[in-house]
Design a protein around this ligand. Structure first.
Ligand code: NAD
Length: 288
């Protein structure tokens, strides 16, 4: 990436990125790209992520960006987080929410038999946390007028993806919060959007049962192929920059065209092969 062109899109801007864990994380790539586009950033995650991830390395790569421990389902933590952000780098111009977690998926509980405490936790951590973050950023005067708020979503917010389970519900909530907050933020010229990203190999992504197949299917159904975390970060830079001043309340697909496709030739060919070849159907798990 160091040989890549940078455009100074975020020169003079400050931002906080919630959710980088390791190099595979979408949030990691966004933080790194934001820094390389000229932003001063702070990085936040839960305490466990600071122990098990390698966020210190990311901080070093981003000019010793402050690392702030914060559970995004806890108001007091978020309040303290924004106080710390203000004290360390000042009010920010952008906020990135790159957070997701489902205990029901981790434990592979069927959707028909979810643990409701975990379900509430999924909605809280993966959806409601965006509301908490926006609300507490405003209350702390921690986001400047003209700022940009971005969260990461997935197409399972709108369509059924069997194994995405309660995360689909959480993504619907997340996208709805974006729409509900949009007009309320407009008086500060702050915009808020989600990027709906392709399946991506990350800690959270690869924890989904059958993720490999979702990834392969996504790739076959996307004219441009699945988008990587790095490509997602590149697109994010335009949404965090002044180039997208009038874009708000949108769910922006970043998926190689997947969301607009009905059928693709590679997918039809594969289906044809599989339907005519029982051994192949066994091998790809269609008879499981
Ligand atoms: N990987 C994919 O296929 C994919 C596709 C579309 C959207 N997304 C979304 O992208 C975002 C980032 O996920 P990722 O795929 O980079 O995985 P990741 O595992 O790298 O990142 C998820 C992050 O959420 C953090 N987190 C969990 N609970 C938290 C809490 N209570 N408070 C604060 N942070 C918490 C984790 O520590 C982790 O850093 C998520 O919203 C995810 O749903 C991922």
């Amino acid at each position: 990436m160091s040989e890549k062109t940078h455009y100074g899109l975020l020169k003079g801007k400050k931002g906080v990125v919630f959710g980088p864990l390791d190099e595979s994380s979408i949030g990691w790539q966004i933080a790194l790209h934001a820094y390389r586009e000229g932003a001063e950033i702070a990085i936040s995650n839960v305490a466990a992520a600071l122990r098990f991830g390698n966020i210190e390395e990311l901080s070093a790569l981003c000019g010793n960006a402050p690392l702030i421990v914060c559970d995004a389902s806890n108001n007091e933590d978020i309040d303290n987080c924004f106080k710390e952000v203000k004290a360390k780098i000042g009010p920010v111009d952008f906020i990135v929410h790159s957070i997701g977690m489902s205990q029901n998926i981790r434990k592979q509980l069927p959707y028909e038999d979810l643990n409701y405490e975990w379900f509430m936790k999924t909605l809280d951590v993966s959806g409601l946390s965006l509301h908490r973050i926006v609300s507490l950023a405003l209350k702390n005067g921690a986001i400047n007028d003209g700022g940009s708020i971005l969260a990461l979503s997935y197409i399972a917010s709108q369509r059924n993806y069997w194994s995405y389970s309660d995360m689909g519900d959480a993504k619907s909530l997340l996208e709805s919060i974006v729409r509900s907050y949009g007009p309320r933020l407009a008086k500060y010229n702050i915009r808020i959007n989600t990027i709906s990203q392709s399946p991506t190999y990350t800690k959270a992504g690869s924890g989904i049962p059958g993720f490999e197949k979702m990834f392969e299917y996504g790739d076959l159904m996307s004219p441009l192929g699945n988008a990587s975390a790095e490509e997602c970060a590149e697109y994010s830079m335009t949404i965090l920059s002044d180039l997208s001043r009038k874009v708000t309340m949108q769910n922006l697909f970043h998926d190689g065209g997947y969301s607009s496709m009905g059928a693709t030739i590679p997918m039809i060919k594969l289906a044809h092969e599989v339907l005519n070849d029982k051994d192949l159907a066994d091998r790809v798990g269609l008879n499981e």
